[in-house]
Design a protein. Structure first.
Length: 425
């Protein structure tokens, strides 16, 4: 079993971009070589900007290479909660932004010829309780009645048409969701950015940012200092103390994944005949899909803990048990990969993007980052080019996490709360 992300292990090899020295000036410095940063770099470079991307590790090392490879529709808080919290117009715009985001991913892949197994097979929400299915039914009706958006309800007696398991009490399918090989995608974006003249420097963590005036900053790394006319923080849950204002508003939650050995075609057809991207209705949820080479990827918030080799293995054992509760027919199947990473979540579980004291940022995708990170990279390129209206999340209050000044000491308490909530509901 490999303790590394399947996506990065099975993507084409990447060149060594280790930074040896850094000085001079750039139009835009981007902190983080993940999907947000690389998408922003591509879109800015297309307009002629000189762009430098600074990455503390390697391209796609963080959340962008550690996720489930799902580009799906819908808000983390759910459409009904969004309507209750923000009203119908804002809920509609926020919900549909995720469809726009999947379109952005597909457009980039097509325009740049990135080979990453993109397929729009749909999204499947699965109900863990009868009451959860009733809520899915209300969501289905509200989407149709309030914004004219069509989904498909799958009652429990028909669930085998979507998934080879009787674990769930029904589901709701949305045909607009997509899946892709995210390792190939993020490395393809990096190659595209470099073809456009972007400079990508790895092993160059940002240790300090000093404001000179307006949006002009000096950005410091262990290999030198760069003066940038604009700076975009695209580091998500891996944001360091160099941008404390952002870090103290992000809850970094561990998300963990296991991937099986390749499965026979008949087994794959039984497990997930429609090949949709699936997730269930618990707070500490499971999500799963079939990979391009016929493995089952199975992930979730197995433990409310940070990712580390020991934590990842503990979570992997929990996830295997969960996988067998959903798919007991996989008892004898080998697990080939097990890894973890951090998801950036805000207190309100909404995306937040904008400018603070001359620094631009986009973060808090709440586990929906493949599509929204890519989309917001393109949108922030517009914002930095003088088009603030391109940011659909502008003006949204970005609450600070109470008592959060560094490592998230509160995660075990949050985990206990959500486990109790799942048990009660």
């Amino acid at each position: 079993m490999k303790p590394i992300p399947y996506w990065l292990d099975t993507a084409p090899s990447a060149p060594d971009r280790t930074a040896l020295a850094l000085d001079g000036r750039t139009d835009v410095a981007i902190v983080g070589a993940g999907l947000t940063g690389l998408s922003a770099a591509v879109h800015l470079a297309r307009r002629g900007a000189q762009v430098t991307v600074l990455e503390q590790d390697t391209v796609g090392w963080g959340a962008s290479g550690r996720n489930g490879g799902m580009a799906t529709t819908g808000l983390a808080i759910g459409f009904l909660t969004a309507v209750a919290r923000y009203g119908i117009p804002t809920a509609k715009a926020s919900f549909l932004a995720y469809n726009d985001a999947i379109d952005t991913v597909e457009k980039l892949i097509t325009e740049e010829g990135i080979d990453c197994d993109f397929e729009r097979n749909g999204k499947l929400n699965l109900a863990c309780r009868p009451s959860h299915y009733e809520r899915l039914a209300r969501t289905h009706e509200a989407l149709h009645d309030l914004i004219g958006y069509e989904t498909k309800l799958i009652p429990k007696e028909d669930i085998r048409s979507e998934i080879g398991s009787d674990y769930y009490y029904g589901g709701m399918a949305d045909p607009q969701g997509a899946g892709l090989h995210v390792g190939k995608f993020v490395r393809g974006l990096a190659d595209t950015a470099e073809r456009l003249g972007v400079r990508i420097l790895e092993k160059a963590p940002v240790t300090g940012v000093r404001r000179i005036s307006g949006q002009l900053h000096d950005v410091t790394t262990p290999v030198g200092t760069l003066r940038a006319d604009q700076v975009l923080f695209a580091s998500g849950a891996y944001t360091g103390s160099s941008f404390r204002w952002l870090r103290n508003r992000i809850v970094p939650v561990g998300s963990f994944i296991i991937v099986t050995e390749p499965l026979d075609q008949d087994v794959v057809d039984q497990l997930m005949p429609t090949r949709r991207m699936a997730s269930d209705s618990k707070n500490i949820l499971y999500y799963f899909r079939i990979t391009p080479d016929n493995r089952l990827l199975f992930g979730g918030r197995a433990r409310f803990a940070m990712s580390s080799p020991e934590s990842d293995l503990k979570s992997g054992r929990i996830l295997r048990k969960g996988m067998l509760s959903v798919f007991p027919q996989l008892e004898d199947v080998r697990i080939d990969y097990c890894w973890g990473g951090l998801v950036d979540i805000s207190m309100d579980q909404m995306v937040h993007a904008g400018e603070h004291e001359g620094l631009f940022y986009s973060a808090c995708y709440s586990g929906h980052g493949v599509q929204m990170a890519t989309h917001m990279g393109s949108r922030m390129a517009d914002v930095m080019d003088g088009k603030p209206e391109a940011n659909i999340w502008r003006g949204m209050n970005f609450p600070r996490v109470p008592g959060h000044f560094g490592p998230p000491w509160f995660l075990p308490f949050a985990g206990a709360y959500y486990r109790a909530l799942d048990a009660l509901t």
